[in-house]
Design a protein around this ligand. Structure first.
Ligand code: NAD
Ligand code: 6OD
Length: 484
């Protein structure tokens, strides 16, 4: 990967625009510089995508699927480079990066190749007519993604978007340009037609992201990130009524019933609260536990939090990772301070770890378990996006469902119970796009993924993604009767 990191436009690296620093979250030190795309660079990327559109859109879906399959294969060939790029930007543990982030990149391209190539078409025979539907790509699509799962989330959009016949200008987060820079090299190395995939780097508001979504040559925007940013993008595209697909924030609830396998509920909750340093939109930040097991659950969860290994990213036993930036670390710590001010009891964490080495300059915070705050407190209402959860007791199923649904968000929820009836009853009462029972973040890429309320608009996954990335045209042909 070049330093400074370049844009990728029309199949070639483009080193234009001022540069900004990318820092290693493990140490806080600058590791490389990145070019920032101004309006003229964004113009150039959109023009390249537009020029490539007719040829790409005209390919049979089987050929586009062959290209995205090739991307999946080439990702495996560059696996360790992608792992290194992702770790350099995020400080993720090598074990997670090797088992989740990068493999899902390859799987995203392959899965959507299969889903698109095998998608059945339907026709309706009317009395004297035949009615059928063709799907056309949206055109040039802006793909804007966040820093928490940079490669997984970018490829989750790129796979279906490209296979549906669109061309793309993608913008990674300013914090995590590395893995998409490697993907651009991969696209060039396999000879993906120039302009089909373009990547521009830069910031959001007043910078590359805003220039991209506002650009008249961009036909649609697919975005994953904060709800507030989704709202700003929606305003920016309102005049042109561009289609938007939004995967936004969460304040996800977990319900633990007294009849649950407590060990599984504790282990599952440790995973759902602390994975990726709590920086996954699906992470649980509010736990509600039935009163008879509340005390034991809190104790065991706190013990689990204290036991999470803070090694270096390259150490296979490491679990905890730093926050992405000093700003985000300070935001998370401000919620720890707020919880203390509001009278919370802190059962684990609540501060920053000390290492006695260069990691003390990094962006680490302690995994934290809180109790004692009302559901209306800011800690229980606002997305923190760090390794922290609040645990509260409940006395009835109805109360638990009411507490879980009392949120402006509605992305994901977990339910821990051994009762099959309760599992079905509670799962369907939860106002969230995704509900896991006795597990968390178990995924089938064909199922709809997304949230309600502030958590997003639309669904991704399987044919739901393909539906967003294409527009149907219904064709009805009158047939003349009596000539057979
Ligand atoms: P963010 O909204 O700050 O940034 C996301 C991306 O949008 C970045 O590339 C950023 O540069 C760009 N951006 C920012 N302002 C913009 C603007 N005005 N116009 C165009 N682009 C703009 O989010 P983040 O801090 O990078 O990520 C964390 C957030 O993402 C959390 O809220 C988390 O819940 C959410 N998230 C949601 C999902 C999901 O699937 N629902 C997945 C991952 C992350
Ligand atoms: O697994 C996925 O497909 C997905 N979109 C995960 C989102 C995680 C949010 O941080």
């Amino acid at each position: 990967m070049p330093d400074p990191v370049t844009h990728f436009i029309g199949g070639v690296p483009v080193a234009l625009g001022p540069t900004f620093a990318a820092c290693d979250p493990v140490t806080g030190r600058e590791v490389r510089r990145v070019h920032e795309a101004d309006r003229s660079v964004v113009d150039r990327a959109v023009a390249a995508a537009r020029a490539a559109l007719p040829g790409w859109a005209a390919l049979p879906v089987a050929e586009r699927a062959a290209w995205t399959r090739r991307l999946g294969d080439a990702i495996e060939e560059r696996f360790e480079d992608l792992v290194a790029a992702e770790i350099a930007d995020t400080g993720k543990s090598i074990t997670q990066t090797r088992t989740l982030d990068i493999p899902r990149g390859a799987a995203n391209f392959r899965a959507f190749a299969e889903i698109a190539a095998q998608r059945p078409e339907s026709a309706f025979h009317l009395k004297d007519a035949l009615s059928y539907t063709v799907r056309r790509p949206l055109g040039v699509v802006a793909v804007i993604v966040p820093w928490n799962l940079p490669f997984l989330l970018a490829t989750w959009k790129l796979g279906p978007c490209l296979v549906a016949g669109n061309t793309v200008v993608a913008k990674p987060s300013e914090h995590t340009p590395g893995s998409l820079a490697v993907l651009a090299e991969i696209a060039a190395s396999i000879g993906l037609p120039p302009g089909v995939l373009n990547v521009v780097n830069g910031f959001g508001t007043g910078s590359t992201g805003q220039f991209l979504v506002e650009h008249p040559g961009v036909d649609a925007v697919t975005f994953t990130g904060e709800s507030r940013t989704g709202s700003a993008i929606m305003k920016a595209v309102a005049d042109r009524v561009k289609p938007v697909s939004f995967e936004l924030g969460g304040k996800n609830a977990g319900l633990v019933f007294a009849d649950a396998d407590l060990e599984a509920a504790v282990e599952g909750s440790v995973r759902s609260v602390f994975t990726n340093g709590g920086q996954v939109c699906l992470c649980t930040e509010r736990l509600y536990v039935e009163r008879p097991v509340f005390g034991e659950f809190v104790e065991r969860l706190a013990e689990g939090a204290r036991g999470l290994a803070f090694g270096r990213p390259q150490d296979e036993s490491t679990v905890m990772m730093p926050m992405i930036s000093a700003e985000h670390r300070d935001k998370v710590l401000s919620y720890y301070a707020l919880a203390k001010d509001e009278g919370a009891t802190i059962h684990a964490g609540g501060g920053t770890p000390r290492f006695g080495d260069e990691r003390d300059g990094g962006y680490y915070v302690e995994p934290t378990v809180l109790t004692g705050l009302p559901n209306g407190s800011r800690v229980n209402r606002e997305e923190i996006f760090g390794p922290v959860c609040h645990v509260a007791p409940f006395d009835s199923e109805a109360e638990a469902v009411g507490l879980a649904n009392d949120s402006e968000y509605g992305l994901a929820a977990t339910v821990w119970t051994s009762s099959l009836n309760r599992a079905h009853r509670v799962a369907r009462s939860l106002e969230a796009g995704l509900v896991w029972v006795n597990t968390w973040y178990l995924r089938d890429l064909r199922t709809p993924f997304g949230g309600v309320r502030l958590s997003g608009i639309g669904r991704e996954g399987g044919t739901h993604s393909l539906d967003f990335y294409s527009e149907p045209t219904t064709i009805t042909i009158k047939l003349e009767a009596g000539h057979g």
